[in-house]
Ligand binder design. Structure first.
Ligand code: FAD
Length: 143
């Protein structure tokens, strides 16, 4: 089995928020569990940043389906790698809260404290999502 990891970002289409995001996360969890795809999705009012991991054809099919979705636009592929081990293996689609996206984390990976994934390089995009995942878990444990 060829395991791959794909990271992309895209722009949120105006009017997409709240319940639309919840429905994206719900459908993603259902489909990704079925397809053996794991990963993480984070967003704010302007951007999505998502990592998909799994068997190569499953990740490609999922990505192509996502690209056709009218709820976002201007998708930009940031990273595509063959991997030996999943880094979001415990998440069918971890939803990373904007609460975890604190200014210090944004400054660590970007040139300012705004969430602008189009500015991230391939390694920074992955490192940012992993840092966000670690912080998100800590926040949940502390709650
Ligand atoms: P159908 O439900 O048959 O949809 C047909 C078409 O309508 C598709 O183009 C679909 O995108 C679009 N559509 C569906 N619901 C709506 C709606 N409420 N409003 C507007 N258009 C709609 N899916 C996954 O399986 N895994 C993921 O990890 C994943 N991540 C996503 C990340 C982002 C940022 C976005 C925007 C979507 C994501 N999706 C994900 C959803 C994905 O784009 C598809 O909607 C979903 O996989 C169902 O596809 P389908 O062709 O079977 O859907």
């Amino acid at each position: 089995m060829r395991l791959v990891q794909l990271i992309y970002c895209s722009r949120v289409v105006a009017g997409v928020h709240g319940t639309a995001i919840t429905s994206i996360v719900d459908v993603s969890r259902f489909n990704n569990t079925r397809d053996g795809v794991t990963g993480a999705l984070c967003f704010n009012a302007n951007f999505f940043l998502q990592c998909l991991e799994g068997e190569r054809s499953a990740v490609n099919e999922t990505y192509h389906r996502i690209l056709r979705d009218p709820r976002h636009e201007h998708a930009l592929l940031l990273r595509y790698d063959q991997i030996s081990k999943r880094q979001f293996g415990d998440w069918s689609m971890g939803y990373l809260s904007s609460q975890a996206m604190a200014p210090d984390l944004l400054l660590q990976f970007g040139s300012n404290d705004r969430f602008d994934p189009e500015q991230l390089g391939a390694d920074a995009a992955l490192d940012f999502l992993l840092a966000l995942k670690a912080r998100s878990i800590r926040l949940r444990e502390a709650a």
